[in-house]
Design a protein. Structure first.
Lengths: 126, 126
DNA sequence: GACATATTGCAAATCATTTGTAATAATAAA
DNA sequence: TTTATTATTACAAATGATTTGCAATATGTC
């Protein structure tokens, strides 16, 4: 009897490498560009789906119709500041216990996660 | 010489009516369902684009690949709590001066807007 | 190395959204 | 009210992101 788990394959190595290289939320197109078509787009999508489910990567959307992914790294939980002009991204860390507690008090939802993004112009684009 | 501005047309009346009816962020598909194909999808898209630019409607994304729109009504600025199971949406209002001020202090970005969404399970789905 | 099966690449399908264009409808001017 | 002007529509087709089916391939186990 043969039982096998999740395999460490070329696409998985490469997608991880790409995410590590950028260390910010990137689109599938960006990953593909970085990997120069070494693997198929569908493999990138499938790998990201897997990484999401395994809590290796996190998915975000900034409102331009493409999902972005970044490694859940030593950075820990954080939010983003996105430049509406050049797309530059800055990380933001903040203490948000109060924020969460307020919402938990006001609502009867069982909160699992939250997303907070700021949009504006970076120093260069102002 | 003839100069005309923005016209008050059937699609615009209907899309406004649909948004008012739901009074929560809805997808284009939902608007179209409500309007029973009385107007073309492309008109819905174009109307929403216009309403967005005119600050009549606001666009949000909850991460499922479709944009959602809601009227910028007397509700004022608020955030959302989304049930990951049934999709139910609850509004949240909160004082966020502190939140914003902290970010503005830490960063050199000129912040224009922000989005904050909470995800979890509503009372019925827990 | 051989087997069992997880995973890939490829092609095609799907879904949301955008766009070009001729026909239509809304409004200003006559 | 009628006409002239042009913003806007419906329709069809295009685009872009993502998903899916499947035969071929690669990985890990024995």
């Amino acid at each position: 009897m043969t039982k096998i788990g999740i395999r460490y394959t070329k696409p998985r190595k490469l997608v991880f490498e790409a995410l590590a290289h950028y260390s910010k939320p990137v689109s599938v197109a960006e990953i593909n560009y970085y990997l120069k078509n070494k693997i198929d787009l569908s493999s990138i999508y499938r790998t990201l789906e897997l990484m999401k489910k395994s809590n290796i990567a996190e998915e975000t959307e900034f409102g331009d119709g493409k999902k972005r992914y970044e490694l859940i790294s030593e950075k820990g939980h954080h939010h983003h500041l996105i430049c509406e002009n050049c797309g530059d991204i800055e990380d933001i860390k903040m203490k948000e216990d109060e924020l969460l507690n307020k919402v938990k008090t006001k609502s009867k939802f069982a909160i699992k996660k939250h997303k907070l993004e700021f949009f504006g112009l970076c120093p260069n684009c102002q």
